[in-house]
Write a protein that binds this ligand. Structure first.
Ligand code: 16G
Ligand code: ZN
Length: 526
């Protein structure tokens, strides 16, 4: 009763419907999600009692179409919920109506949850039509005493709020205003002494994907005191969410979004539907489109941080974490030219985040534009110490201050389009770089991404961070044979974690090479 379980009859589960807590939580067409939302409210309450901390629940389907929705849980430090609880989420979601109470009881017993413990849950939602009623369904599941309805927030804002709440304000003030203040102050500190910042450098075009990011970035703009001036497109006033716009569209289609008036050479960026991804781009004077994706962002940021560490004379280890989708040129540049450690993990933020935590400074980005930088406790302490050290010379101290402000500008809980945007803008300003110069750091290998519908995508099993298949037999050998024919070629096949499809990726040093293997090949094996 204390769980608000009694309301479950208002949120009945369609008999036989089975859903899984996947890479990004539950995600499907919004109509199927009411009972899932209610049950995630219940589960978040239990997780809160178990951890004795505030837990987050975000209602969004990110870059998916407007008709879809989804939900994911946020753990106390603002990170993704642990794998064991992902399993509980799936169990709870799939229990038929009469099995719900026994499943809950079983879970409470297994985790030895003290039901007298107070609970606190932060609930946020994106701008989808369905998010209104679905977030209310979550609140119905949250124990009436312990819920806080945050309303419209970006996904990274919710992660930030949860983290602040559980660290007694050490990470920042647990309000949206606190978020804007923290980021904008750091940005202004970083850019205020940059000589000769031109108007061009202060202006940026933003494609808000007609989503929550558009709403929130215009709220933030006033805090930036004209140090960055945004021309906002796809602000949600007329266009449809993620439709022909947004970071996912731009990355996959490799072309500019609809609704953005872009002139040659202008710097633009696109957010996705919940503002946890960002990609940059521009068109050149020959109207050619240039994309600066997560790999280019990771390279820019690591160059910047590496130089600052050198200036500060700090011996801290830097690593970049990527996935199989990282362009081969970026990996080569990072390893051979920059000489930083590069790690590759499976797709999905939680895997990258986890790997990045192993280093003093872990920069992680998926090629699709989701990413952030993590600083270890030790790294933060060393930087603070140097900034306060009266014996250190000016150059070292200045570098330490810059690092300190950079840390404040970064949302370390999760990839954040608004925070990443400010960081990139600050780096370009400090280094006096144009978007073209940034783009020229290395040249992407031509690449293509396709999806193929197969009878059962689960027959494909991968290894080596999804770069090779082990099943079905013969598939990897067939890919190897084709890839061998081209220079710097690479190709892989993996089952999607969010859609019922198989994804195919290929790259090579020529366009001809990169498309030469036809995804229909897959159908012979699958
Ligand atoms: C989700 C993941 C993203 C990943 C994408 C891949 C999170 C928060 N988001 O959007 O990191 O790149 O799924 O989807 O983890 P796929 O498995 O369908 O290719
Ligand atoms: Zn997203």
């Amino acid at each position: 009763k204390t769980l608000g379980y009694m309301k479950s009859a208002h949120h009945p589960k369609p008999v036989g419907l089975v859903l899984q807590y996947g890479t990004a939580g539950f995600r499907t067409c919004a109509k199927k999600l009411d009972h899932i939302m209610f049950r995630m409210g219940l589960l978040a309450t239990l997780r809160s009692k178990k951890t004795k901390a505030t837990i987050g629940v975000m209602v969004t389907a990110s870059h998916n179409p407007e008709e879809d929705n989804g939900v994911k849980l946020v753990d106390p430090m603002g990170e993704m919920v642990t794998p064991a609880w992902e399993g509980y989420a799936t169990e709870l979601a799939n229990a038929e109506q009469e099995g719900l109470l026994p499943t809950l009881k079983d879970l409470i017993e297994r985790e030895a949850i003290d039901m007298a413990q107070e609970a606190n849950v932060f609930v946020g939602k994106d701008t989808r039509c369905s998010s209104e009623s679905l977030s209310k369904a979550v609140m119905d599941g949250v124990c009436a005493l312990g819920g806080h309805y945050n309303g419209l927030v970006t996904t990274p804002q919710l992660h930030y709020l949860v983290c602040c709440q559980n660290t007694q304000g050490r990470y920042g003030e647990a309000t949206i205003k606190g978020y804007y203040q923290k980021l904008s102050q750091a940005f202004i500190q970083l850019t205020k002494n940059v000589p000769n910042r031109t108007d061009d450098q202060k202006t940026l075009l933003v494609d808000g994907a007609n989503g929550i990011g558009a709403l929130k970035v215009s709220e933030m703009e006033t805090y930036l005191k004209k140090e960055l001036q945004l021309s906002l497109f796809n602000d949600g006033s007329s266009g449809k969410l993620n439709h022909l716009c947004g970071a996912d569209f731009v990355k996959v289609q490799q072309r500019a979004p609809k609704g953005v008036e872009i002139s040659a050479g202008e710097r633009c960026c696109s957010y996705d539907g919940d503002a946890d991804r960002i990609v940059y781009y521009y068109t050149d004077s020959a109207s050619r489109f240039h994309l600066l994706d997560g790999d280019k962002i990771a390279t820019l940021i690591s160059t910047y941080l590496k130089d600052l560490l050198t200036q500060a004379g700090l011996d801290l280890q830097i690593a970049v974490v990527q996935t199989a989708y990282a362009n081969g040129s970026s990996t080569r540049y990072l390893e051979d030219v920059m000489k930083v450690i590069v790690r590759c993990t499976k797709t999905g933020v939680k895997h990258l985040h986890h790997a990045a935590q192993e280093f003093d400074i872990g920069i992680y980005f998926e090629a699709n534009g989701h990413g952030t930088v993590l600083f270890s406790k030790l790294a933060e302490e060393k930087i603070q110490q140097l900034a306060r050290d009266s014996n250190a010379n000016d150059e070292r101290k200045r570098a330490a201050f810059t690092l300190h402000n950079t840390i404040n500008l970064i949302n370390q809980t999760v990839g954040d389009a608004m925070s990443d945007m400010l960081l990139i803008e600050a780096v370009l300003a400090i280094r006096g770089m144009t978007v073209q110069q940034w783009d020229a750091i290395y040249t992407d290998l031509p690449n293509r991404q396709l999806k193929v519908k197969v009878a059962d995508r689960r027959v494909i099993d991968t290894t080596d961070a999804e770069r090779r298949t082990v099943r079905p037999e013969g598939l990897q050998e067939a890919i190897d044979l084709l890839v061998k024919k081209y220079r710097r070629a690479r190709s892989f096949v993996r089952p999607s974690g969010t859609e019922d499809v198989v994804r195919v990726y290929a790259e090579a040093d020529t366009q001809v090479g990169s498309v030469s293997w036809h995804p229909a090949l897959l159908l012979i094996y699958v």
